[in-house]
Each structure stands twice: as structure tokens, then as C-alpha cells.
Design a protein around this ligand. Structure first.
Ligand code: UD1
Length: 373
């Protein structure tokens, strides 16, 4: 039995691990355990996803909660080391780019447990983003890189990765989307909001660079007020965003606006349903750039860089400086002309199956071990 631990911590990890759990659990020569660091801990940021995505009860819940980056990372290091020593995995899988990803990879690698990074090699080349530091640090200690798009192969090879350790498998977040989409379309809850398909903008903003600074947050609120004059706006608020808006007395303004639906964070199926029927999406998220590309819904990303260039080159994503004038121009162009794109290779619902096939092959060839030339 090959014992595999997948680590989840924050909301975007859950969609990426669910299909891996399903694919590994279907095999009788592998055992799959999920360890949840507790970086996200609210019912709406975490528990609902376990239920909706058929994730198993975690083998360990580390309960680290929120704190500064150093404190949060340090707690994960200490607690995940204990979990690894008790559970003795043969392989640790980490996904994405959150603090939990980087901390778990570091722990496993120091214990000489092989680490596979799913969604490896993505680079925005902007080290002021905490996720960029996490991506680079995780890839520096991982043995196996499972990648979602060609840019990631080029990035890893240029950083010295041997090409045969970089495995192009596609996108496990898209596996989850493909599986959930038929039912999600029924769960958007448009009637409840008094909206019709293709007649609203869906917005998510939560990056520290967009919400932690008052001047930037105020200018994003100003942009949303303009956007609401073009199209009704559906705006599920990340806890970080809600907290900052409340601190600066901006929350009430949004909540009382008749054309802005400021909602709590949404369960995955409803959010996916809302994304699929939106006229356009405005976001600063990483994953939403990919989901809108698959759904072929126009996406304006309020950032000047992306670690996911395939979403702009092949998909429906366009980058835009997070400034009101530039955002207004980008949205006006999208509303006038839409956006067309193609679905990137291997974004087909089968990425987790490919990952498991590779793991099986590596194990059979005795290559799963920890050394990386
Ligand atoms: C984290 C990830 C980010 C990801 C995002 C998705 C890092 C560095 N960042 O950012 O890449 O896009 O998750 O959501 O790992 N909070 C709650 N309830 C929760 C979780 C958080 O109220 O369940 C509050 C915390 O108290 C904190 C804030 O939200 O004030 C931020 O949480 P944190 O995990 O530090 O970072 P995110 O901004 O969520």
C-alpha cells in the first residue's frame, strides 16, 4: 500500500485535492489521507467545501487559524511535522500556492518524504505577492512537478529542474469544475437576486494589494459603483475584504447599493453557477482566471501580472492595472465585444487520473524516492 497525504489549508486547495482524493481512493494499492492545516476555518470558507466536494474527514486537522505569515507558517511547520511522524506517508502532495502549501512541502522534504507539487511552476515574477514566494519555495524542495500549462514547464526547466520530473497533467481544479457544472447551473440562485443570466457582473477582490491599503480599496469601491451603473454587480465578500471595508466605513455603502449584491462567501456550486451565467467576471483571484477560461466567460483580472499566462494567450482573460480608469476601459471593451478563447490542452476533467497514473509508474520503476539531481 502506498500511503499518500494530500495537504489542504485554504479555500482554493479544496477543489484541487477533491479529484485527487477520488482518483487515489479508487485504487486498491494506494491509500489517501487528507490533512487540513486549518488556515481557513470558517464553515463557509472550509466545511461547506468538504461537504459539496465529497472530501473525506481529514486524518488530521491542525487548527492553525489566521495570524501573520510567519506565525501561520511556523504553526503549520510544527503541527504538520507531528502529523507526518505519526502517519508516516510515502508521498506528500501539496497543491497551489498558499502558506499551507509551502510549509507542508518544507516539512516533508526535511523528513525525506517525497513531495509532489500539483500546479507547480507557475510564476508571476512578482515577488511582492506572498503566493509567488510560496510557489518558488515549494518548487525548490519538491521532487515531482505536476503542471497545468506549458509556461510552467519552461519556468521549471529554466530554474534547473530536470525535464523528466516535470509532468504535464492538466488542471485538477478544472476536473472539479467539469464534474460540478451540470448541477451548479441550477444552483446559481439568480431568481433570489432578481437577476437573469448574461445580465450581471460577478466580482471577487481579496488580494492584500487591492484591499489592505485604504486608497486602493476606496478606488476599487469607486470602480464598483461605476460598474453597477453598467450591469448589476454580484460581489461575494472574502473575509479579508469584508473586514477591511468595515474598518474603513465602506461596507455599508456597498451593502445599501441597490445594484450591488454584497454577499457572504458562497458555496462552490453556487459560485460556479454564477460564474457560468455571468456577462463578465472581474477578479484578482488566481483560480478564477482559469475557471472563466474553461467556461469561456470574459474575465478582467485586476492585476498587472499573471502566473497563468495561458488564460490570456488562449483563454478569455485580460489583465488590467487595478486602477479605475483602466478597469473602466477594459470592462467597456468586454461589454462591447465579449471575449473568445479556447480551452487549454488537458483541461478536460482527467488531470487527477493522469497524476495517479504517473505516481503508479514512478513507484513501479522505483523512482518515487527523494533524490532530485
Ligand atoms: C489565502 C491565500 C491566497 C488565497 C486565499 C483564498 C496565502 C498567503 N494566501 O489568502 O493565496 O487566494 O487564501 O481565500 O496563503 N479569515 C476568516 N475566516 C477564514 C479564513 C480567513 O475570517 O476561514 C480571515 C482571517 O482572519 C484573516 C483573513 O481572512 O484576517 C485572511 O486570511 P488568510 O488565510 O491569512 O489569507 P487569505 O487572504 O484568505
Amino acid at each position: 500500500m502506498l500511503k499518500i497525504i494530500s495537504v489542504v489549508g485554504a479555500r482554493p486547495n479544496f477543489m484541487k485535492v477533491a479529484p485527487i482524493h477520488r482518483a487515489v481512493s479508487a485504487r486498491d494499492d494506494m491509500e489517501h489521507l487528507v490533512v487540513h492545516t486549518g488556515q481557513h476555518y470558517d464553515a463557509i470558507m472550509s466545511d461547506a467545501f468538504f461537504r459539496d466536494l465529497d472530501l473525506p474527514k481529514p486524518a488530521r486537522f491542525l487548527g492553525v487559524g489566521s495570524a501573520s505569515h510567519a506565525q501561520q507558517t511556523a504553526k503549520i511547520l510544527v503541527e504538520f511535522e507531528k502529523a507526518c511522524l505519526e502517519l508516516e506517508p510515502d508521498l506528500v502532495i501539496v497543491v497551489g500556492d498558499v502558506n499551507s502549501t509551502m510549509a507542508a512541502a518544507l516539512v516533508a522534504s526535511k523528513l525525506n518524504i517525497p513531495v509532489a507539487h500539483v500546479e507547480a511552476g507557475l510564476r508571476s515574477f512578482d515577488r511582492t505577492m506572498p503566493e509567488e514566494v510560496n510557489r518558488a519555495a515549494t518548487d525548490a524542495v519538491a521532487q515531482w512537478a505536476f503542471v497545468t500549462e506549458p509556461s510552467a514547464i519552461a519556468n521549471l526547466v529554466s530554474e534547473g529542474w530536470p525535464r523528466d520530473r516535470v509532468l504535464f497533467v492538466g488542471n485538477t481544479m478544472i476536473d472539479t469544475l467539469v464534474r460540478a457544472l451540470p448541477e451548479a447551473k441550477e444552483q446559481a440562485g439568480l431568481d433570489e437576486l432578481g437577476l437573469e443570466a448574461q445580465s450581471y457582473a460577478l466580482v471577487t477582490i481579496h488580494r492584500p494589494s487591492n484591499v489592505d491599503d485604504l486608497a486602493q480599496l476606496s478606488s476599487m469601491v469607486g470602480f464598483l459603483e461605476w460598474l453597477a451603473e453598467q450591469q448589476p454587480v454580484v460581489f461575494p465578500l472574502h473575509p479579508r475584504t469584508r473586514k477591511r471595508l468595515a474598518e474603513h466605513g465602506l461596507l455599508e455603502k456597498l451593502e445599501s447599493h441597490t445594484q450591488i449584491h454584497a454577499l457572504a462567501p458562497l458555496p462552490y456550486p453556487r459560485f460556479l453557477g454564477l460564474m457560468a451565467s455571468a456577462k463578465l467576471v472581474v477578479t484578482d483571484s488566481g483560480g478564477i482566471q482559469e475557471e472563466t477560461t474553461y467556461l469561456q466567460v470574459p474575465c478582467v483580472t485586476a492585476r498587472t501580472t499573471t502566473e497563468r499566462p495561458v488564460t490570456c494567450e488562449q483563454g478569455t482573460n485580460r489583465l488590467c492595472a487595478p486602477e479605475p480608469a483602466a478597469l473602466r476601459e477594459a470592462v467597456t471593451a468586454v461589454l462591447a465585444g465579449g471575449a473568445s478563447g479556447t480551452i487549454p490542452p488537458y483541461w478536460d476533467g482527467l488531470a487527477a487520473e493522469r497524476i495517479v497514473e504517473h505516481i503508479r509508474d514512478l513507484r513501479e520503476r522505483g523512482q518515487l524516492g527523494v533524490s532530485r539531481p
